[in-house]
Design a protein around this ligand. Structure first.
Ligand code: 4NP
Length: 158
C-alpha cells in the first residue's frame, strides 16, 4: 500500500480535487487497493471546511466523487506518507520549512504533467473565476494519470 498526500495552501481548491481525481483514475485502472490518498494545506485558514464550491462544481461536472474536510500539514505527515505532492513551489518550500528537510517522495504535481513546459505550478485559482478551476482540473487529470503510470512502473503494480 502506497500512501499519497496532495498539498496546497488552503486545502479547499486544488489539493482536495487532486486527491479526488487521483482516486478516480486509480479506480478506473483497477488499482484502488494499492493506494491510500489524502490532502492537506500548509495554511490553517480553512481547517474543517468542505472543498470550495467551484472545485465541487467541476468535480460534479466531470463525474469525480469528492469528500474531504480541510486539514493542515504537519511534520508527522512525513512519517505517514510515501509520496508528498505539493501543487506549487511555495507549498514545496513551506513543507520543507515545517519539517526542516526534504522527503524522498516529495515531488511537485506538475513534474508528472507532460504539457507543463517551464510551468512548475498548478496555479492557485482561489481569487479567479470558473475558467481557472477548469484549467486546474485539466492539469490535475494529466498529472494524475502520469503519476499513476510512474507509480505502476516504479513499484511494479498491476
Ligand atoms: P488552495 O486555494 O490552496 O488551492 O486550496 C486557496 C484557498 C484559500 C486561500 C488561498 C488559496 N486563502 O487565502 O484563503
Amino acid at each position: 500500500m502506497l500512501n499519497v498526500l496532495f498539498v496546497c495552501l488552503g486545502n479547499i481548491c486544488r489539493s482536495p480535487l487532486a486527491e479526488a481525481v487521483f482516486d478516480h483514475i486509480a479506480k478506473e485502472e483497477g488499482l484502488t487497493n494499492h493506494f491510500k490518498s489524502d490532502s492537506c494545506g500548509t495554511g490553517g485558514y480553512h481547517i474543517g471546511a468542505d472543498p470550495d464550491p467551484r472545485s465541487q462544481e467541476i468535480a460534479r461536472i466531470k463525474g469525480v466523487p469528492m469528500d474531504h474536510k480541510a486539514r493542515k500539514f504537519s511534520s508527522e505527515d512525513y512519517d505517514n506518507f510515501d509520496y508528498i505532492i505539493p501543487m506549487d513551489d511555495q507549498n514545496y518550500r513551506d513543507i520543507v520549512s515545517v519539517t526542516g528537510h526534504e522527503h524522498p517522495g516529495l515531488h511537485l504535481m506538475r513534474e508528472f504533467d507532460n504539457e507543463a513546459g517551464n510551468d512548475r505550478d498548478v496555479p492557485d485559482p482561489y481569487y479567479g473565476g470558473k475558467e481557472g478551476f477548469r484549467n486546474v482540473y485539466d492539469m490535475l487529470e494529466r498529472s494524475s494519470r502520469q503519476f499513476i503510470t510512474y507509480l505502476k512502473d516504479k513499484h511494479q503494480l498491476s
